[in-house]
Write a protein of this length. Structure first.
Length: 299
């Protein structure tokens, strides 16, 4: 290394030590600054501003990054907690719905004298208009048979159609193949309820509903339709629906439309009647006299 190079290195080293010292002295000077101090401040002020801006920018970016990392972690935890609560709410809602359906079935079971068996709905195919076409229940060929009536807590659902394996399909009252002997609760006039099979509604119609000569005995919109128990496997008195539309008459019979009471899309549990209920005892309300035992009467 030459002498000139050494001198240059020593000069630069001294300058690097001297300049910061002078800048520090100028910054810490009290009273009226000297001309050298003013010159140093003017020269170094832009440099200090740039360095401060860079340092503050890097510090701000780092702070925001750390904050974003923390926020993202909190968001993940909140989303997981929200998903868990939604699942718990859905499960609780399903349980509440099932409990309500079972309570309704328990009431029907108590009021029905026929042998019954409970079943859970496990399938409900829909039409393009989101109407249930049929129900599938978890009872099979060892427990139920075709044509057995199916009811819920709010009324008739339909009849067993096909049975295979451990499952069975239920034809709804709104199906054109369904026929139920019913009567108008207000008047007692009988008819046959037949499904219209519409893809966008569960509407049914009443056939063979006699046109009474007395206007008061004719069907009216809002009349309640119940099972008659005559010529049908359904017990009497079950509410099927209400008359929603009058389509005139053909001279002998009224043409009316019925909206079923039951909302099939909400049915979760049903009851299958294994045998029709026994006929009512005609002497149930008749008081009988006591008869002597073995042909003799005690003295």
């Amino acid at each position: 290394m030459t002498v000139r190079r050494k001198l240059v290195d020593w000069a630069l080293t001294g300058l690097l030590i001297l300049v910061p010292a002078l800048v520090l002295r100028a910054s810490m000077a009290r009273g009226e600054p000297s001309g050298l101090d003013k010159a140093l401040v003017r020269i170094t002020a832009p440099l200090e501003t740039g360095v401060s801006w860079v340092v503050e920018g890097i510090g701000g970016v780092w702070s925001r990054y750390v904050a974003l990392v923390d926020v993202e972690s909190e968001n993940r935890e909140l989303r997981a907690e929200n998903d868990r609560l939604r699942k718990e709410l859905a499960a609780a809602t399903r349980r509440a719905t099932d409990i309500a359906a079972l309570e309704e079935l328990a009431v029907v079971k108590k009021q029905t004298q026929a042998d019954t068996i409970g079943a859970r709905v496990i399938g409900a195919p829909l039409s393009p208009q989101f109407r249930v076409l049929r129900l599938r229940i978890d009872r099979g060929n060892r427990e139920v048979q075709p044509e057995m009536p199916v009811i819920s807590g709010t009324g008739p659902v339909g009849k067993i159609d096909k049975v295979y394996g451990a499952y069975a399909d239920v034809t709804l009252v709104s199906d054109p193949r369904s026929q139920i002997d019913v009567s108008i609760k207000r008047t007692g006039v009988r008819g046959v309820l037949v499904g219209l099979g519409r893809p966008d509604s569960y509407a049914c119609k009443l056939t063979t509903l006699e046109l009474a000569s007395n206007p008061e005995l004719r069907a009216k919109v809002g009349d309640e339709v119940v099972t008659s128990g005559v010529g049908s496997v359904f017990p009497p008195g079950l509410v099927v629906g209400k008359i929603s539309k009058l389509d005139g008459d053909d001279g002998m019979f009224q043409r009316v439309e019925v909206s079923p009471t039951i909302d099939v899309s909400r049915v979760r549990a049903v009851m299958v009647l294994l045998a029709p209920p026994p006929p009512p005892d005609p002497d149930a309300k008749t008081r009988r006299k006591s008869q002597p035992a073995f042909g003799t009467r005690a003295l």
